[in-house]
Design a protein around this ligand. Structure first.
Ligand code: ACO
Length: 337
């Protein structure tokens, strides 16, 4: 059997758009309040992209450049791109190829888009891990990037969803490592499509007789995200601890071994519930949702990059990434840093 390698995250980076939108700002365009939003979600502000400056792909490139610099690598070292998003630049092609164009120029590498919403980054990381540990590639670029702000109903009708989501991007370089003692220990991926429509944007869908009609826009049902909030909450608080424990158990470890948990930033109430139910102290769980809202596929790499910058991740630390989201999908990755 061919030699297996370990994959490490040799660099992490993030980029968020300049424009800050506070709860107060939202309350000027819809019937909502800072108090309602903070109490229910923990969010104080989020970022919205600037048209003409930020795109889903170029925010990913900006995050990737930071990750590359921290890894001591150049774009030339990248052999494969995995791009996770639910808000791609185009219906097709995927945003990964746009990253290849902007970052790599003449060097043609494979670019794969991953569509697993809030779990997208962990899914993408798992794909990169398989390519690196089998020896196929030495350095894979993994990006999570989202522009939600143009896809939300910014009226009172859409307030239950639109106050939650924000724009941003994060990236990681997954690199080959020969040291058995560190790297991605395991990844765990799940889906349960019977709940696909409980958190979804249905239109424009390819199976409709007419893909996009004036009625769809006027009625504004399927073109904006639908979320069964209570339902999502109930499943999330079960699946998060389950998939974290699955990762720990499959490596013979327990929650007390964890140095840092980086959960998808869905909602502060969900994060608090996980932390309390798993008996983890506050300093071992990353939370930055107050600044950025929920950035779906970008939320874990942004949180990871900020935690790294703040010195919260040291070599040898046991770090768990965990996500739950639309699909429903959920996933975890356990990493010895
Ligand atoms: N501002 C003010 N009032 C609002 C807003 C708002 N932004 N949104 C809804 N309301 C109103 C509703 O209209 C409703 O009014 P009514 O009682 O007169 O009918 C009232 O507030 C309560 O609405 P609910 O939807 O029942 O509010 P709830 O307390 O359930 O909170 C929330 C909604 C925060 C979404 C909650 O269901 C939740 O935490 N869900 C978890 C799902 C989640 O956080 N998803 C994040 C994204 S998905 C993911 O990443 C996995």
């Amino acid at each position: 059997m061919a030699k297996m390698f370990r994959s490490i995250l040799s660099g992490v980076g993030h980029y968020v758009p300049e424009k800050i939108v506070t709860n107060e700002d939202l309350s000027k365009i819809m019937e909502t309040s800072d108090e309602w939003i903070q109490l229910r979600t923990g969010i104080k502000e989020r970022r919205h992209f600037t048209p003409g400056v930020d795109t889903c792909a170029n925010m990913g490139v900006k995050a990737a450049r930071v990750a590359l610099e921290r890894a001591g690598l150049s774009p030339d070292d990248i052999e494969f791109i995995v791009f996770a998003t639910l808000s791609p630049d185009y219906f097709f092609p995927g945003s990964g190829v746009l990253v290849q164009k902007e970052l790599m120029g003449d060097k043609t590498v494979g670019a794969l888009d991953v569509r697993d919403q809030c779990s997208g980054f962990v899914y993408a990381l798992s794909v990169a891990d398989q390519f690196v540990k089998t020896g196929m590639y030495k350095h894979v670029l993994v990006i999570g990037s989202e522009i939600h702000s143009t896809g939300l109903d910014m009226t009172t009708r859409g307030r239950g969803v639109s106050v939650i989501f924000g724009d941003g991007a994060g990236a990681a370089i997954v690199s080959r490592c020969e040291d058995e003692g560190r790297g991605i220990l395991s990844t765990h991926l799940h889906s349960e499509g019977q709940y696909a429509e409980e958190l979804a944007v249905l239109d424009p869908g390819s199976s409709r007789e007419v893909r996009l009609s004036k009625e769809m826009i006027d009625e504004a049902t399927g073109i904006y995200p639908y979320m069964n909030g209570n339902y999502v909450f109930k499943h999330a608080v079960t699946r998060f601890p389950e998939v974290i424990n699955e990762a720990l158990a499959s490596n013979g470890l327990s929650a007390s071994d964890l140095d840092l948990l980086v959960p998808h930033q869905a909602n502060l109430r969900i994060t608090t519930y996980i932390r309390e139910s798993m008996n983890l102290p506050e300093e071992r769980v990353v939370s930055n949702i107050h600044k950025y809202g929920n950035t779906t596929a970008a939320s874990i790499p942004i949180a990871l990059s900020e935690a790294w910058e703040a010195g919260r991740i040291k070599p040898g630390d046991l770090v768990c990434l965990a996500a739950f989201g639309s699909g429903f999908t959920w996933a975890s990755a356990l990493i010895k840093w």
